[in-house]
Design a protein around this ligand. Structure first.
Ligand SMILES: Cc1cc2nc3c(=O)[nH]c(=O)nc-3n(C[C@H](O)[C@H](O)[C@H](O)COP(=O)(O)OP(=O)(O)OC[C@H]3O[C@@H](n4cnc5c(N)ncnc54)[C@H](O)[C@@H]3O)c2cc1C
Length: 385
């Protein structure tokens, strides 16, 4: 069976892997010269089952409304109106109003758990080196309201996932270099992990090319005409194009409501000690130790397909790093990426209406966490036909 995968980000390379292991003849196309150069380049690096809650709650809507008035808030909605922004926000509110939160969160937890096991298998089987750290994720809190909400989620939603509520003293013992001033407690998920998404993409790309006969056609943006040619010479074409899936899906007659939600990261050179990964729920900032670098990532901005790195949005990340990690950010490297976000926050993994086209896209803020699982699902469905 001949299958084309469009996109060599984390969703594309994992899809290619699942297909190749099922014996498919796979070709991967990407507009960049290398794998993992778009949103999978410098993200937070967390494989986070513990961050599976979808955002569709009235509490989040209220918080978002308050944040609109704050310049350095974790969420920013630029006022310029657009049809795609309006459509996305309306559907998000609809999902909130129709009470999908618990069901969708449980579905995300299931996918994230499945993906975690798959990543460990892939890393071992293929001998991949991507700064994988298996020291868990520590969520910590300075605000009682956020801490209570986290404990409620542990009791209600995360049944079956090992998650412990920890005191400030326990946090200090676990992570002595973390500044715990003002911290009132935390929730620790020992089985969560962190790693470098870009290294994972490039490592998997090499293994796929060298050991599974997968062909990579990189450095060329496929036009619609070329996509039609690819459709004609393959039995299936899987769209794994992140934020670009919105216009590609429209062009093939099955438009997806995927909006680019911008986020930022800074990468700071450091001394290379491995730690747990951190998640500050209140600031909506994640932090991972990637070998001799620390990655701090966060913020969400609704402003269309804009890749500009705005230093006023980087400032909360450097401030956070200085306060919590006591490190210099003098050599921090800033980056901005666009999360391919659906209004339900669930990825789209299905056959498209157009002949031979399939979707594995819309992984939002959890592409690394979920991609290995959605790749298995889509590859299973394609080969079952
Ligand atoms: C600041 C930030 C922090 C994040 N932190 C985390 C985290 O800690 N954990 C986590 O799980 N997730 C995180 N994410 C989300 C995660 O990065 C994304 O969900 C994931 O990278 C999406 O992967 P993808 O393969 O779908 O898209 P991409 O990585 O964007 O890949 C899509 C590929 O399609 C290619 N493409 C598009 N159109 C065409 C075309 N016409 N022709 C050829 N090629 C094309 C592009 O070149 C691109 O390489 C974060 C995101 C951001 C922005």
């Amino acid at each position: 069976m001949k299958v084309a995968v469009i996109g060599a980000g984390i969703s594309g390379v994992t899809t290619a892997y699942s297909l190749a292991r099922r014996g498919c003849e796979v070709t991967v196309y990407d507009k960049h010269d290398y794998a993992g150069m778009q949103t999978s380049f410098a993200n937070g690096g967390q494989f986070s089952v513990s961050n599976s809650e979808v955002w569709t709650t009235w509490g989040n809507v209220l918080k978002g409304a308050k944040w609109l008035l704050k310049k350095d808030a974790p969420l920013l909605i630029r006022p310029a109106p657009s049809w795609s922004k309006l459509k996305w926000v309306s559907e998000f509110l609809w999902n909130t109003a129709t009470g999908r939160y618990e069901k969708d969160t449980r579905e995300t937890i299931g996918l994230a758990l499945r993906a975690r096991g798959l990543y460990l298998d892939i890393a071992e089987r293929e001998g991949l080196e991507f700064n994988l750290v298996r020291k868990g994720i520590l969520h910590f809190y300075r605000d009682a309201h956020y801490f209570e909400a986290a404990k409620y989620a542990v009791d209600r939603l995360y049944k079956g996932v090992e998650r412990h509520v920890v005191s400030p003293d326990e946090i200090a013992r676990m992570e002595p270099s973390l500044n715990i001033e003002g911290v009132i407690g935390g929730v620790y998920t020992p089985d969560d992990m962190s790693g470098d998404t870009h290294k994972l993409c490039t490592g998997l790309r090499s293994r796929l090319a060298d050991h599974y006969g997968v062909e990579f056609c990189l450095g060329r943006k496929l036009t619609m005409q070329e996509l039609r040619v690819v459709q004609n010479i393959n039995d299936a074409v899987v769209i794994c194009t992140g934020v670009d899936s919105a216009h590609i899906s429209k062009a093939i007659g099955d438009p997806l409501n995927i909006y680019p939600v911008k986020g930022y990261s800074i990468t700071i050179p450091t001394y290379g000690k491995t730690h747990a990964s951190y998640l500050d729920d209140q600031a909506k900032i994640v932090c991972s130790h990637l070998g001799d670098r620390i990655r701090v990532a966060g913020t969400a901005e609704l402003d269309g397909c804009d890749y500009d790195i705005r230093m006023d949005r980087i400032a909360p990340l450097t401030k956070w790093a200085k306060l919590n990690l006591n490190i210099s950010t003098e050599h921090a490297v800033p980056w901005a990426g666009l999360r391919p976000m659906t209004p339900s926050l669930l990825p789209i993994v299905r056959k498209a209406k157009a002949d031979r086209f399939w979707f594995n896209t819309g992984h939002g803020h959890l592409g690394l966490t979920l991609a290995a699982a959605t790749a298995e699902i889509i590859a299973g469905e394609i080969t079952a036909r």
